[in-house]
Ligand binder design. Structure first.
Ligand code: ATP
Ligand code: PYR
Ligand code: K
Ligand code: MG
Length: 584
């Protein structure tokens, strides 16, 4: 028979409080489960084919987020049982071939740029495991970004993917303009004199001239300051100021990319004069945000966040303008201020990004790894998804294989159990976007497997985060279910969740097995695609768990995605419950 625990929430909050509190004391809750032989944990579910046939409107949509290291060919979505199930072929093939254990837990974000904006290129990335497509509003026009969004949406509709879209704002930090003319980049050589100017130029710019977006630039810098492009990829020394022009000598040569960030340093510290008063969200950013809301992007990532207020402000702005207000706000941690106010910022956000590119320009490089670890841990504790970004495979912009150091860096982010890894220039304008994605995928799979083989269960202390009694119940259920899943070595956790909240609570526990997250909403499904270990499905389900489970088993079995005898723990946020059973 099935083992089930149901927790009924008292209608009056005080009614059964004492009882429920007792029932939820964590360590003693499930002591007997470990000793239950597997054969006892079994439920016979009667034949359900007729039930299935009657549910002509029910469909399952699964994403590719479990894409493992298998075949790379693009296979069109299959629809054998057309009325009842729809699933992209990548997830399906992966589960059929290798079973639950081999599914990838770490999610992958790809920045879309000139080399990946076509439909076929986007599809190749989806087949290769892209869970989220990022568009950076620093570059390109809104029309260009709109076309990318349309293609990703078409890909999802035609092939059953759930690739989410993340729009990243430009922010109002100081940066270079476009280089003008046909050249996408320019090389600054050692000792060359370049002019950084706030004047408005007609394209093409005079030789060795760079435009700067911040009007106060020429007033704020001083002769002798060090000017860092892109956090130090290229360095200059300020030698002369002539009205709006600042003459600089190149001290560290390198490539000048369009719209690269500029920081200036005096006596070894970052100078933050009036530019620190610039708003986090510029007027251009607000227009981009309106565009993102109108296009229905899934995430808006805010650059150079300084405080929690800006996140709260943006969230109310979105809530007032977006009908279902289901756009998640990601705080980019890339400034000294964002590190200072880390906890409040993450608390206010729906997720965070370790934006190491600019972060490394604002704090000494050797402090970036410990900052990364702290951001990843804080996000996990507060139950917010976290993305590790920038230069993961930088050399692959030009070369088809990564350096050993890059592979070690990717491995470390996977070992830290970050939710997602992000490609920037590697996928936006590099020569080997698909190869770079393959490296992220195979390193993730390998490290995750090593972790499981070594039985390195998480020891991280997860503080209580619930803000209501009902949320506390959900949290305790998920913590317990994840622990049971590890102890009983189950094949998968199933979670039926309307808002996605219980799915993310399970993900936060980083259990050993994958989490099948069933949700009724397409947009929740896409958003869950950013979170560690979740395989999100869209499914119409009812409040009757028995019937939900019957249908899910039937639908997944019909596609060969699960087998009789697989051991599953199911939780649900309608009827707060934990059930343990073998697939009939
Ligand atoms: N839409 C685009 N059009 C043209 N080039 C792009 C586009 N998106 C990215 N790129 C190129 O890819 C590079 C890396 O992209 P990415 O957005 O990650 O970097 P970035 O500008 O340094 O990021 P951020 O401004 O968020 O710190 C950019 O420097 C740019 O050259
Ligand atoms: C991604 C980004 O914005 C950075 O690394 O700076
Ligand atoms: K940006
Ligand atoms: Mg940045």
């Amino acid at each position: 028979m099935a083992q089930a625990l149901h927790f009924l929430i008292p209608t009056s909050p005080s009614a059964n409080r004492t009882f429920s509190k007792l029932a939820f004391s964590k360590p003693s809750l499930f002591p007997s489960f470990r000793r239950i032989p597997m054969t006892v944990v079994r439920k016979q579910i009667s034949a359900i084919s007729s039930d299935l046939e009657s549910q002509t409107s029910s469909r399952i949509l699964a994403s590719d987020n479990g894409k493992g290291g298998g075949a790379m060919e693009a296979i069109p979505a299959l629809q054998t049982d057309s009325s009842s199930i729809e699933v992209d072929a990548v997830t399906e093939a992966e589960l059929k071939e290798n079973g639950f254990r081999s599914t990838r837990r770490t999610k992958l974000v790809c920045t879309i740029g000139p080399t990946t904006c076509g439909f076929e290129q986007l599809e190749a990335l989806a087949v290769g495991g892209m869970n989220v497509a990022r568009i950076n509003m620093c570059h390109g026009t809104r029309d260009w970004h709109r076309r990318v969004i349309e293609r990703v949406r078409r890909l999802n509709e035609e092939k059953g993917y759930a690739v989410a879209i993340m729009m990243d704002t430009e922010g109002s930090e100081i940066h270079m303009g476009d280089l003008g003319g046909s050249a996408p980049s320019a090389k600054a050589e050692d000792g060359e004199i370049w002019t950084f100017s706030v004047r408005a130029f007609d394209s093409p710019l005079p030789e060795h001239t760079i435009s700067v977006n911040y009007d106060g630039f020429a007033e704020d810098v001083k002769v002798g300051d060090e000017l860092l492009v892109d956090g130090g990829m290229v360095r200059f020394e300020v030698i002369e100021k002539l009205g709006p022009d600042v003459k600089c000598r190149c001290t560290d040569p390198g490539l000048l990319l369009p719209r690269a960030n500029l920081t200036f340093w005096r006596d070894g510290s970052l100078v933050r004069e009036r530019n620190s008063m610039l708003p986090t969200i510029s007027s251009k950013d607000w227009l981009d945000i309106d565009f993102g809301i109108a296009e229905g992007v899934d995430f808006i990532a805010i650059s150079f966040v300084k405080s929690a207020e800006v996140i709260n402000h943006l969230k109310s702005y979105i809530a007032a303008r977006s009908r279902d207000s289901d756009i998640a706000v990601i705080a980019k941690i890339e400034s000294v201020d964002s590190l200072k106010n880390l906890k409040e910022i993450i608390q206010a956000s729906d997720g965070a990004m370790v934006a190491r590119g600019d972060l490394g320009a604002q704090i000494p490089l050797e402090q970036v790894p410990s900052a990364q670890q702290k951001i990843v841990q804080t996000c996990r504790q507060l139950n917010k998804p976290v993305i590790v970004a920038s230069q993961l495979l930088e050399s692959m912009i030009e070369y088809p294989t990564p350096t050993r150091a890059e592979v070690a860096d990717v491995s470390e982010a996977v070992r830290q159990r970050a939710d997602a890894l992000m490609l920037s220039g590697e996928s936006a304008m590099g020569q080997f976007p698909e190869k770079a994605l393959t490296v992220l995928r195979s390193v993730s799979l390998r490290i995750e497997r090593w972790w499981r083989e070594e039985k390195r269960h998480e020891a991280m202390e997860l503080p209580d985060i619930a803000s209501s009694f009902s949320d506390s119940i959900s949290e305790e259920i998920c913590n317990s279910a994840a622990k049971m899943a590890n102890n009983l070595e189950v094949d998968a956790l199933f979670v039926y969740t309307k808002t996605g909240h219980m799915a993310s609570l399970l993900s936060r526990c980083r259990p050993d097995c994958p989490i099948f997250a069933f949700t009724t909403s397409t947009s929740v499904r896409r958003r869950l695609n950013l979170q560690w270990g979740l395989i999100p499905f869209r499914l119409n389900f009812s409040d009757d768990m028995e019937s939900n489970l019957n249908r899910t088993f039937a639908l997944l079995k019909a596609r060969g995605m699960i087998r009789s005898g697989d051991l599953v723990i199911a939780v649900s946020d309608m009827l707060q419950s934990i059930q343990v059973m073998n697939v009939p």
